[in-house]
Design a protein around this ligand. Structure first.
Ligand code: TXA
Ligand code: MG
Length: 338
C-alpha cells in the first residue's frame, strides 16, 4: 500500500480552457497531472524532463523496467520523439491518429532513457480526446503518461478512480471520463513485421486493411520465451477478490456459473457476477462497447464491496471483445474452459 507523500495536495481541475492552462503550467514546472484520454486516464509529465518522469514511477509504484507511452499533439512532434520512422507509421497515423493506437518506434535521443526503461524504442500515441490534446498543446512538450492508477490496480476511467489511488501523490487531476474504457492498442513497428503487443479498440484486422500486410497477433509474441513488451509480464487489472473467468460453450458456461454461484453462496461467500454487475451499473453486458467502458469501474467497485469471489462469463472474442478478453484473462486468478 502506497501512502500520500508528506505535505502534498492534489488539485481537482475542470475541463475549461483556464483549468487546462493551469494544468499545463504544472507540467512545464516538472509536475504530474492526471488527464482523461479516450482510452483511460493518463498520468502525465514532461517526457523530456528526466526528473519529472522519475516522479511518475514513484507516484505509481511502477517497476522501473516498464516503459511509458509518449503522447503527442501533432505529427511534427513525432519527429522529436522517434527517429528512422518507417512509412507504415505515417500511413497508420493518417488513419488512426488522433486515436487509441500506440506505435513502438526507434527512440529519439531527446527522450530520456527513463521513459523507455532503457529500451532503444519508444511507444508514441496521439490521443483523440480534446482535453488531452489541449493539455499537450498548451504544455508545448510531449507527455510521458502511463495509466493513472497505482501499479497493479485497474486503469482509471473516472477522476474518482485516480483520486482513490493517487491523492497526495500527484499535483492535479482533470475531472472527466473516458469513452472507451480500455487502454490503446500497442503496435510494434521496430521489426520486419508489425506486431500487436496489446490489443485495444483498433484491431489487427483494422491495421491489416490499412497496411495491406500481415500483422502478428498478441499472445503469440515471445522472443526466446520472453514477452516482447515489458508490461505483459506483470499481472494487471487485478481486483482484490479472486476472479474466475468462465469460457467455452455457451450453454455449459451458463449452467456452470449458476452452479458455482449456488455452491459458494451456500458456503456464505459474497459473490459478484461481473456480467450482471455491469448491467446494474447501467451497461448492457452483451454490448461489448458498454462492457468495455464499465469493466474497470466494476472491478474497482468489487473492491469497495469487499466481496469474496468474482465470477465472469466470457464475451464474444471479436473486435473490442478481444481486448476485453485479454484484460479479463490478466485479471483472472483462474480460467475455467468448458
Ligand atoms: O491507452 C493507453 O495506452 C493509456 C493512455 C494513458 O494513453 N496508457 C497506458 O499506458 O495504458 P501504460 O503505461 O499503462 O501501458 C503501456 C504499455 C505497457 O504494457 C508497456 O510495457 C508498453 O505499453 N510499452 C511502452 N513502451 C514500450 C516499448 N518501447 N516497447 C514495448 N512496449 C512498450
Ligand atoms: Mg497501465
Amino acid at each position: 500500500m502506497l501512502h500520500p507523500l508528506p505535505g502534498k495536495r492534489t488539485l481537482i481541475f475542470g475541463c475549461d480552457n483556464h483549468s487546462i492552462l493551469r494544468a499545463s503550467r504544472i507540467i512545464k514546472k516538472g509536475g504530474l497531472v492526471a488527464f482523461p484520454t479516450e482510452t483511460v486516464y493518463g498520468l502525465g509529465a514532461d517526457a523530456t524532463n528526466e526528473k519529472a518522469v522519475a516522479r511518475i514511477f514513484q507516484a505509481k509504484g511502477r517497476p522501473q523496467d516498464n516503459p511509458l507511452i509518449v503522447h503527442i499533439s501533432n505529427l511534427l512532434q513525432l519527429e522529436t520523439v522517434a527517429r528512422d520512422i518507417p512509412s507504415a507509421a505515417y500511413t497508420l497515423a493518417q488513419y488512426f491518429w488522433p486515436g487509441p493506437l500506440s506505435l513502438v518506434l526507434h527512440k529519439h535521443e531527446a527522450i530520456p532513457e527513463i521513459v523507455s526503461a532503457g529500451l532503444d524504442s519508444v511507444a508514441v500515441r496521439m490521443p483523440a480526446d480534446k482535453i488531452a490534446l489541449n493539455l499537450i498543446k498548451k504544455s508545448g512538450v510531449p507527455l510521458a503518461a502511463p495509466s493513472a492508477n497505482l501499479s497493479g490496480k485497474p486503469s482509471p476511467t473516472l477522476a474518482i478512480h485516480v483520486l482513490a489511488d493517487l491523492t497526495g501523490r500527484v499535483d492535479a487531476v482533470i475531472n472527466h471520463s473516458c469513452r472507451i474504457g480500455l487502454e490503446s492498442t500497442v503496435l510494434d513497428l521496430t521489426g520486419p513485421i508489425p506486431v500487436i503487443l496489446r490489443p485495444g479498440e483498433v484491431t489487427a484486422d483494422d491495421l491489416e486493411k490499412v497496411l495491406k500486410t500481415k500483422v502478428l497477433r498478441p499472445d503469440r509474441v515471445r522472443k526466446n520465451g520472453i514477452p516482447r513488451s515489458p508490461g505483459i509480464k506483470y499481472r494487471h487489472y487485478s481486483p482484490q477478490a479472486p476472479l474466475i473467468l468462465i469460457t467455452g460453450r455457451k450453454l455449459i458456461r451458463k449452467t456452470l456459473i449458476k452452479e458455482l454461484e449456488k455452491y459458494y453462496q451456500a458456503k456464505g461467500y459474497k459473490i459478484i457476477n461481473l456480467n450482471r454487475f455491469i448491467e446494474e451499473l447501467g451497461g448492457q453486458p452483451q454490448k461489448v462497447e458498454q462492457f468495455a467502458r464499465l469493466l474497470y469501474n466494476a472491478l474497482r467497485k468489487t473492491d469497495y464491496l469487499h466481496c469474496d469471489l468474482i465470477l465472469v462469463e466470457q464475451i464474444d472474442d471479436e473486435s473490442l471483445g478481444r481486448a476485453v478478453m485479454n484484460r479479463l484473462g490478466k485479471a483472472a486468478t483462474r480460467i475455467l474452459k468448458v
